[in-house]
Design a protein around this ligand. Sequence first.
Ligand SMILES: [Zn+2]
Length: 317
Amino acid sequence: MNFCNVKSAAIRWSLFVALLLCGCVFLQLIIARKASAIISSVPSVSIPSYSPDVLLNDIEARAKYLALRVKDTNFFAYSVQPKDNLWKIAKKYGYSVHSIIGTNPQLKTYEVNLNQKILLPSSGGSLHPIQDNDTWKKIAERYDVDEKILQDVNFGISNLVPGEYVFIPGKTPAIDLMNKDMQAKYELRSLFRSPLNGRYSSVFGKRKHPVTGQSSFHGGVDIAVPSGSWVGAAADGVVIVASHNVGHYGTAVFIDHKNGYITHYGHLSSIHVRVGQKVKKGQLIAKSGATGRVTGSHLHFTIKKGDKSLDPMKFIW
Ligand SMILES: [Zn+2]
């Protein structure tokens, strides 16, 4: 083998390696171009956003917005059925009416119409309308919930955008963030609580009197309960009447509350407060009975402002 042959073999090998390298680079370029073409053809995945106006007024859009952002609770648009009211609907789904008000910031009244759409959560809670300068900490403090849990529940919300919503599980809505109409109605109902739990056997308004049989005006509600059931004050106030002989009320207690409201509790069996005593909302004041003009044992409950009797159903939850 001479020197020249060795040299040409080396050149051939170098050329071969160089060609191989060039081929590799070329192949890589083709692969890279193909890959980038594939990547750019895949649509970018992003959670759709909605304007504050759409979120407030379009129930379906709000349900979709929440479905992608909140975990463990489902949201759906419900069509109001014949004879429905917010209380009945809430009961059917196992939470209080506060959850319906809390997830429906568009409502301006408690009355709903047939086929009206409302948003229902699968479990109780409220929507917090995100405010300017809100932070997770601020929202958590407002509703007294754990900040981490709140962020975990609202896993799909990375930025707190004013006009959008955060779901607060198990909490009632913030009164100061409601629309003005609902705020007034909600505050009114927050003044009083029901003196006891029971079936409403007679409501406010015109009725045939159960004893006289004549048409008369019923200035309160009757709550059917066994004699001896505890009766609580409907709100903070001062006892102004506590007597066993108050006309057809029989044994009765009257309480004067602030803002000109007075409540009456009639047909009692015993009284556990005295005139002039200050009482707290929910404090036990008497036991129910069947004194005065009655056909059976029940509590008569009246709310008055000045001389005017008001419908208690508009005041208590
Ligand atoms: Zn009555």
